[in-house]
Design a protein around this ligand. Sequence first.
Ligand SMILES: *Cc1c(COP(=O)(O)O)cnc(C)c1O
Length: 419
Amino acid sequence: MNNKTDFNHFNTLLVQNVGSKVGPIAPTITPSAAFGYEDAEQAEGIFSAQVNKPLYARVGNPTNAKLESIVAKVEGGFGAIATSSGMGAISMVCTAFLSAGDEILCIGGFFGGTYSLVNETLSRFGVSNSFCEVNDFTHIENKLKSGVKMVLFESVGNPSLTLPDVQGIIDLCNQYDTLVMIDNTATPLLLRPLEMGADIVVHSSTKNMSGHSAALGGIAVFREVDPQDDKLLHEKYADVHKIVKKMGKKAFIPICKKRAIRDYGMTANAFGSFMTMIGLETLSLRVERVNKSVETIANQLEQKLPKGVTVNHPCLVSSPDNARYLSDFPDGCGPLLTLDCGTKENAFKLLNALILVTQTANIGDNRTLALHMQSTIYSDFDAETRKFLGVTDGLIRVSIGLEDPTVIAEDFLEAAQEL
Ligand SMILES: *Cc1c(COP(=O)(O)O)cnc(C)c1O
């Protein structure tokens, strides 16, 4: 398949869909928590989903709805649900579909919050899990045969930067009628898993989608359901068959609303969704720019960093993922690269000598950010888990922003002189 990203197409789609031609051009913020109904009959219709009007802001809001329709178009999905954060989106989908006794298969490296959601929180509620390396197709197929209920992986391992065979995993999940959810936070526009046959895509919109660090948010995007022949009709999904039969093509939305968001309330707020849309207008421009800069910076650092510091990015010929990068991620795999300084002390020295780069736990920001992994996001994890996730003692994660790439590379090279 052709994996090239048509940035011009997305520029047009995004600015035209975020803005309106008539009336207020910027998206309207509807801050109301409740919405009056015309009469008792309309109230009944809204609650039974026969009438499409706002019910109560916990289960939907017109500003969120606009954001949802834009992101659904970008991902080639049928519908979407905006949530309070990226973790909100992942936990919404997990709790909507998983029950005590079910198993979730997690492939590759994971964001710390996702790892602990699965490993600690969901397991407290009786959902078991297994983790495997990104290329361990024997394990994946064995787990699919044994009836796991859901498969979850990230488009790009964070911070390991391993690249999965996205199409291969999706095809295998479809062969075994198993739901597959992909966290596409790092690669909006660059990878469109729903078009490749995935069921659910989630994003932390806090990151690349917004870019401005002004709004925490998440979103889950769903494919269309085939009411006659769909993996959701498999017996292992029997507890959602009633909703699939009643709601047909859009069944993913009521499944997540009725089985998660209504009861847990991980809903997006109107102001956050407004801010996310302001970011989305420029997403295509920013993604194109950042992904070019990442390659420039990775190459400059590889050539010029002193001994003792190494740079990792799949665009480098030295990376074990270089072949997959070239074939499957031809326009880039997101804003991240990593530096390994060998020891925690050296990593701290380098970080503290940076002049332009901001130290924070975010990624996908318009500014370049850096963070020592082991002492922050992964400080609660034992050594074995850190090893599985690719977190070495000297590892710094860098998220490239919109600045002049040469100036950012210089900031790292100057700082590395301190070691
Ligand atoms: C940040 C992040 C999340 C969690 O998103 P929040 O908006 O912080 O809740 C999930 N997955 C990935 C890959 C992330 O980078």
